[in-house]
Write a protein that binds this ligand. Structure first.
Ligand code: GDP
Ligand code: IMO
Ligand code: MG
Length: 427
């Protein structure tokens, strides 16, 4: 019938996994559309934490099928580990996971190239997760990639060999030591494992499902400010993380899309290098990091923290066509006397709500609006209407600025901690 999209509006780690897991029973299919194992989506069910990197976040729910779309780049080694962990938890992965034959593989040499390129950049490094994302997407757009469907070809080893040779030549431009043999043997073991999975023509699977009246939730990875076109370039990832990426990454037409659910934290985080106008590089930032447990789900790196950035969110809402917002981690600000929200950027003495073309080389001074903290434990509330006035005031301020409703409030990492403003207009 239709496709809803759920994606991040900031610099990733907004809590996409948690919300998708909650909403998953309302859909027939959860389909991841871009990114790769640079993502870490955390689900907490009955106190047990599961971090997913490649497998869609609907996998722990009974109802939906899960599809890894053509727009995703797959490291077979990470995928194998992830599936083995799920099997150990008793999840019947094989029955509910499908992988697009058109998704591209991350090769061991892609990971080495990623590390070599980052090392060569020195202080200007992107802060990549070093999962081989950028070299793999470069090979995809350069028409040199290795696709999942290729493992069914008798020519597979030759295709692999040709790409590897090219990479070894490229690596000569770097002064970078590496050891390939062990990585390669683990990779080929994992490829054999992938052969046993359900490899499909996912664009047909998804469109046939839509024709049969089924509903799909498209799962984004990373966040809008990391989008290859609209993020803080070059400090971005290598895929289109915005809503249009769901069309490319799944093969679904724009007209099939209904809701675009944007996820934002009540504050901001960023992991890796690059501009972050509202960053709190001080004790307050450290306090938010500590209370919020802001350490990367994939790399364990401390996340940079700052106040909510409304101009950036407004921009994200514009480029995604967001129809409703889910706000996460408001509970982290429970004890704050005042909450600040950036409403404008000051550039060369001029105030603007617009994101400058080049945030990297433009000095931006965020202008803040101060709001009263709610000083109440939001985890004690089980209904949206009962939430404290001060918190609802904060929400109203955010909604009015963004011109978009916050329909979901997440008050903790656990699956059940999600409050709805009204009967959500999804699925
Ligand atoms: P994702 O990449 O967008 O799926 O987000 P991550 O899983 O990388 O990071 C979000 C972190 O916040 C995870 O540790 C979640 O368990 C946690 N989380 C999600 N929503 C909430 C919330 O509303 N409150 C709190 N305290 N934690 C949350
Ligand atoms: P999820 O889906 C937060 C960041 C990296 C780095 C930049 C480029 O969990 O929200 P890459 O490995 O893609 O070459 O890194 O993007 N990054 C993320 N930050 N959450 C993510 O995913 C991220 N995936 C990549 O830290 O700054
Ligand atoms: Mg994450």
């Amino acid at each position: 019938m239709h496709v809803d999209i759920l994606l991040g509006l900031q610099w990733g780690d907004e809590g996409k996994g948690k919300i998708i897991d909650y909403l998953a029973p309302q859909y027939d299919i959860i389909a991841r559309f871009q990114g790769g194992p640079n993502a870490g989506h955390t689900l907490v069910i009955n106190g047990e934490k599961t971090v997913l990197h490649t497998v869609p976040s609907g996998i722990l729910q009974e109802r939906p099928m899960n599809v890894i779309g053509n727009g995703v780049v797959i490291d077979p080694v990470t995928l194998k580990k992830e599936i083995e962990n799920l099997l150990a938890k008793g999840i019947d992965v094989n029955k509910r996971l499908f992988i697009s034959k058109k998704a591209h593989f991350i090769l061991p040499t892609h990971k080495i190239l990623d590390a070599a390129s980052e090392a060569a950049k020195g202080k200007e490094k992107i802060g990549s997760t070093l999962r081989g994302i950028s070299p793999t997407y470069m090979d995809k757009t350069g028409r040199n990639g290795l696709r999942v469907g290729d493992i069914l070809s008798t020519d597979f080893k030759n295709i692999y060999g040709r790409i590897k040779e090219k990479h070894l030549n490229l690596l000569k431009i770097y002064d970078f030591e590496y050891e390939l043999n062990e990585l390669e043997s683990t990779w080929f073991d994992a490829i054999d494992f992938v052969r046993s999975l359900n490899l499909i023509d996912s664009e047909y699977y998804l469109n046939n499902a839509l024709s049969a009246g089924k509903n799909i939730l498209a799962e984004g990875a990373q966040g809008t400010m990391l989008d290859i076109d609209f993020g803080t370039y070059p400090y971005v990832t290598s895929s289109n993380t915005i809503s249009s990426g769901a069309c490319n990454g799944l093969g679904i037409a724009p007209g099939k899309i209904k809701e675009v659910i944007g996820i934002a934290k009540a504050y901001c985080t960023r992991v890796g290098s690059g501009p972050f106008p509202t960053e709190l590089d001080n004790d307050l930032g450290e306090q938010i990091r500590k209370i919020g447990g802001e350490f990367g789900a994939t790399t364990g790196r401390p996340r940079r923290t700052g106040w909510i950035d409304l101009p950036a969110l407004k921009y994200a809402i514009m480029v995604n066509g967001v129809t409703q917002i889910a706000m996460t981690k408001s509970d982290i600000l429970n004890d704050f006397e005042t909450i600040e929200a950036c409403t404008e950027y000051e550039v060369d003495g001029v105030l603007s709500q617009q994101i400058p073309y080049d945030l990297v080389n433009t000095v931006v001074k965020p202008v803040y609006h101060q709001l009263c903290g709610w000083k109440t434990d939001l985890r004690n509330f089980s209904s949206y209407d009962d939430l404290p006035e001060t918190f609802l005031g904060y929400l109203q301020f955010v909604e009015e600025y963004l011109g978009t409703e916050v329909t979901m409030i997440s008050t903790g990492p656990e699956r059940e901690r999600l409050l709805f403003k009204k009967a959500a207009s999804i699925a």
